[in-house]
Design a protein around this ligand. Structure first.
Ligand code: PNS
Length: 169
């Protein structure tokens, strides 16, 4: 086998502790994990793509075999261009499994030989989603249990709730 690589794709809008659980576990299984911020150039998310990459890089700094990239296009094309043949996705339950299976099959049709490996979410992070984090952030709830500590200030700043401000009040 030798030099094993995988792509862990997602929107990462923003990165959560759930993503970090999958990245850490994938980094133990593969020589290199390429974390890919996949985005549709026509659709705007909450955080700009370069900011998502920056937050992922901060959160992954202590894991040496992780690299972060962004790609505006099809996952099947991204893996082909990078010469990667394994995609890793986390699944949180049957709902995820159903949609992820459909996605894995389509990606395999678009790029024959491409395999998708599912990792079951850990119980501690099973309920976390980026959309939930965005919603909690918009209402000023405590995000610390859900996002990596390295990026908490970035998320708070984006939602204009800078920690310094809250300390005063
Ligand atoms: O974190 P998410 O939002 O669950 O990630 C979804 C993502 C980005 C992996 C998926 O939407 C994707 O692969 N987008 C790229 C476009 C593409 O290849 N679509 C066809 C997949 S069936």
């Amino acid at each position: 086998m030798g030099n094993s690589r995988c792509l862990y794709p997602g929107s990462f809008d923003p990165v959560t502790r759930g993503h970090m659980d999958i990245i850490r576990r994938a980094a133990r299984m593969f020589d290199e994990v390429v974390v890919g911020v996949l985005h549709n150039p026509e659709k705007q998310g909450c955080f700009p793509v370069p900011k998502r990459v920056e937050m992922l890089e901060k959160a992954c700094r202590a894991i040496p075999n992780v690299r972060v990239i962004s790609y505006g296009g099809l996952l099947a094309r991204c893996t082909k261009e990078m010469g990667i043949s394994v995609v890793v996705r986390g699944v949180r339950g049957v709902a995820d499994l159903e949609s992820e299976t459909a996605m894995a099959r389509i990606n395999g049709q678009l790029n024959p030989g491409l395999e998708t490996v599912f990792l079951p979410a850990s119980p501690e992070t099973n309920e976390i989603s980026a959309s939930m984090v965005r919603q909690l952030a918009s209402f000023g709830a405590d995000l610390a249990p859900y996002v990596p500590e390295q990026v908490l200030p970035d998320i708070l700043a984006a939602f204009e709730r800078i920690p310094e401000m809250n300390k005063e009040g």
